[in-house]
Design a protein around this ligand. Structure first.
Ligand SMILES: Nc1ncnc2c1ncn2[C@@H]1O[C@H](COP(=O)(O)OP(=O)(O)OP(=O)(O)O)[C@@H](O)[C@H]1O
Length: 528
């Protein structure tokens, strides 16, 4: 496909691009992460960068922010060559990145985070805390960020932390901000507020490079899109000129055929199907009150809700992660002792956790070891683990789940984010669970792989098991036979297949009862 966005002229009235990278190549051992790649972001532009998992997006970000030196290529900011690699202040004044994983320090206050390493006027001058707080208040006020400067960063929401990071970046003078999957941990309202803030800032001349696997967000927010595929630049085009299908085709290199997995399927579940997961009057302090829910053999049930609904905690409780104050959970006919992971495992519960970094992966261990952590008992006799068996097991998973890795022995830390997520899913599936609980299973996964992972979860149910998908992503919920919606710790609605997006979204937002739904916005988490 041809490049339809030509490089803007520079000169009077045409400022140089805030960032321009050309001929960037970056290798990690045998892996070529970027091959002669390029990008050009104009001043005040909202530019999207999209591509499949492992396409090279995060590597480009690390080059653009001075964290990695490219093997070849040149990088300029507003027409001037990039600073020397270690000159942190110079980099900060040109570019900042807001990551999905916060870089603020939890135990410090917002004010301290904002002025970290620049609290005093010089190395020997005392830090004036009161003044610091006042300056922080001014800075936050300037960018319309409503956060208490005295609050500990760890007590902020994801959204507030991102705003603090954006304010910090702007205070260093940067007029170019990279947002690497910023919406991954936000619910619908949070995304709306983030986008409002970004639009405000854009009007003030700030440029953005926006990375997301939610293509609708690209259409909502950006004017230009660049697509990378297999480490290389494929196209740059005005968003308005590129339809959804063309965009997916550019990302995958194949003609797009998006077939929601559950569509057109006859329901396999009947009233006689065995109840494999039973949650009975479960009360989890601060999360849910007397909540009851069941999933039958052959069934995929969606447990939807916003961040404060308690749905994630319910899913985690099934996997033994939270102690209940009341009620009962049973899986495959066995009682799960709440708060006991071994008890949940023994009952045949598999979990895809919400946060792969905190609960999922051992970073410096190989793909093979991570994928088989839950099944070491099957890998050798008498408690031993045979490396050959681990390898065979892992290779099957790599193939089955289409994990992009140089090999089974590669440490998971060398994989791209989406491919790490696939390892987490692989691990949950490895135990062949009776009940699979998958919390936001497609987080950070590209469009094509998303279809694939959801298809695998569907297969688990089709083989007579039960699956509970805990998510507020409509794409995740579309594979479900039934969607149960929670709001503030209670079930408020249930939808059989064939639901309308706006009805589920309205129930998630708590704005309407099912059937009478008249959603305020009519759009879902991703503006569909
Ligand atoms: N530190 C590293 N060591 C080895 N390989 C790496 C390293 N960082 C990235 N890679 C490899 O480079 C390639 C590009 O990875 P990158 O993280 O840039 O992809 P991405 O487009 O950001 O993917 P995702 O959408 O999954 O986040 C991948 O094959 C990845 O495994």
């Amino acid at each position: 496909m041809a490049d339809t966005a030509t490089a803007p002229a520079t000169g009077p009235g045409h400022p140089a691009p805030v960032a321009e990278a050309t001929g960037i190549t970056k290798r990690f051992g045998a892996t070529v992460a970027l091959r002669d790649a390029r990008i050009s972001v104009a001043a005040g532009e909202s530019h999207a960068l999209v591509g499949r998992n492992g396409a090279g997006k995060s590597t480009l970000v690390s080059v653009l922010t001075g964290l990695q030196r490219p093997d070849t290529g040149s990088l300029r900011f507003s027409g001037a060559p990039a600073p020397a690699l270690g000159d942190i202040d110079a980099w900060r004044s040109r570019v900042a990145c807001v990551y999905q994983h916060s870089t603020v320090i939890g135990d410090l206050t917002v004010a301290e985070n904002l002025f970290l390493n620049r609290q005093s006027a010089g190395p020997l001058r005392r830090i004036r805390w009161k003044q610091l707080r006042v300056r922080a208040e001014e800075l936050l006020g300037e960018y319309g960020v409503e956060v208490d400067p005295a609050a500990r960063a760890k007590d902020l929401t994801v959204e507030q932390r991102q705003f603090v990071e954006i304010a910090r970046a702007l205070s260093f003078g940067a007029r170019f901000i990279i947002l690497d999957e910023p919406t991954a941990k936000l619910d619908a309202r949070g995304i709306g507020r983030l986008f409002d803030k970004l639009r405000d800032l854009q009007e003030q001349g700030v440029a953005f490079l926006f990375i997301s696997h939610h293509l609708q967000e690209v259409y909502d927010l950006c004017s230009t899109v660049t697509v990378y595929r297999d480490a290389a630049h494929v196209l740059t085009a005005p968003v308005a000129e590129l339809g959804h299908q063309a965009l997916v085709e550019a990302m995958t290199g194949e003609s797009a055929s998006v077939t929601p997995v559950a569509e057109g399927r006859a329901p396999a579940v009947t009233a006689d199907s065995a109840e494999l997961l039973t949650i009975d009057a479960l009360t989890l302090p601060g999360a849910c009150e007397e909540l009851s829910l069941s999933v039958r053999s052959g069934e995929v049930v969606g447990l939807a809700g916003s961040a404060a609904s308690g749905n994630v905690q319910v899913g985690e409780a099934v996997a033994g992660l939270h102690r209940a104050r009341g009620g009962r959970i049973s899986a495959g006919g066995r009682t799960v002792r709440t708060g006991s992971v071994p008890s949940a495992l023994a009952a045949g519960v598999g979990l895809v956790p919400e946060d792969r970094h905190l609960q999922g992966l051992v970073n410096d261990r190989s793909v093979a070891e991570n994928a088989t952590l839950t099944v070491t008992d099957q890998l050798g006799p008498f408690g031993t683990v045979l490396p050959s068996r681990t390898k065979v097991f892992a290779q099957r998973m790599i193939r089955d789940l289409d994990i992009k890795t140089p090999g089974a022995a590669t440490p998971v830390s060398a994989l791209s984010g989406g491919n790490q997520q696939k390892v987490v899913v692989a691990r949950a599936l490895a135990t062949d669970p009776h009940v699979l609980v998958a919390i936001r299973p497609t987080n950070g996964v590209d469009v094509k792989s998303k279809e694939f992972l959801l298809g695998r979860i569907r297969q688990v149910a089709d083989s007579g098991k039960a699956a509970l998908i805990v998510s507020d992503e409509l794409d995740d919920l579309k594979v479900c036979d039934r969607v149960v919606v929670m709001f503030h710790g209670r079930v408020v609605a249930e939808f059989p297949r064939g639901w309308k997006d706006e009805d589920v979204v309205a129930a998630i937002e708590g704005v309407a009862a099912p059937g009478t739904a008249s959603p305020a916005s009519g759009t879902d988490k991703h503006g569909r």
